[in-house]
Design a protein around this ligand. Structure first.
Ligand code: PGA
Length: 235
């Protein structure tokens, strides 16, 4: 795992955007795995700038998002469908049919998870997967557990994650307690991985991820076993 320390959130966002841009330039038909949350917001703005400047081209890019809340409509302002349109997709020339995000509005989650895995396989897998990390060490919505999860599945969110994400929802609004998330095995199939983390509240999780024994209690620690994992962070 290569750790790249940056001195600011801006530097982190720019370096991460260039990292993704390099992949897109190397292979204009790349399959990119995208993540949501507050950390990648500025990285997506940087990608928009590179796209408007003609440096990168999304016309042949395919994307797969890591996860989506279960029980939210796709146009709900807190859904990850909405987030991705808002932060990135509406500004770039990606084909809507090349965008893949788990459908959290479905009544048949198991079928949706199967469909998602099949789409991933058909696309030939993810070339570069972007990840954030939770304070509890989660990646995607793979929460600390007794074992590493496998494929895309319906998962329960932990109290820690619910608390961390509650700020995005209105005070009187019910927050989803479940999500559809790529599993650890699915994530590990990506040919390369870029994890970004910003701020002091991620320091402990980063330390456990990179410097302590691999354990499903810190799901991100599994990245120690990935051959091409890069971490860009600032404190
Ligand atoms: P954050 O979330 O970017 O909002 O901190 C990251 C995550 O939970 O994976």
């Amino acid at each position: 795992m290569r750790m790249i320390k940056t001195s600011s959130h801006l530097e982190l966002s720019q370096k991460a955007a260039i990292f993704i841009a390099a992949q897109m330039i190397r292979n204009p038909q790349s399959v990119l795995g995208f993540a949501t949350g507050s950390t990648p917001e500025d990285l997506y703005s940087e990608l928009v700038t590179l796209s408007i400047g003609g440096i990168i081209d999304f016309s042949e890019i395919t994307t797969f998002n890591l996860d989506e809340y279960y029980g939210l409509s796709n146009d709900h302002p807190q859904s990850y469908h909405y987030y991705m349109q808002e932060k990135l997709f509406q500004y770039v020339n990606i084909k809507q049919e090349n965008i893949h995000i788990p459908d959290g509005s479905t009544s048949d989650a198991a079928k949706e998870c199967e469909r998602y895995e099949k789409l991933l396989r058909q696309a030939g897998g993810v070339d570069l997967q972007l990840l954030g990390i939770g304070r509890n060490g989660h990646i995607g919505f793979n929460e600390p557990a007794d074992f590493f999860s496998g494929k895309t599945s319906l998962v329960d969110l932990t109290e820690d994650t619910l608390e961390a994400n509650r700020r995005f929802f209105d005070a009187n609004e019910e927050m989803p307690k479940q999500a559809i998330s790529m599993g650890i095995n699915t994530i590990m199939q990506a040919k390369s991985i870029l994890l970004i983390a910003s701020g002091a509240d991620k320091k402990e999780a980063l330390d456990k991820m990179a410097n302590q024994p691999v354990t499903p209690q810190v799901p991100a620690s599994v990245l120690q076993f990935h051959r091409h994992a890069t971490v860009i962070y600032c404190e």
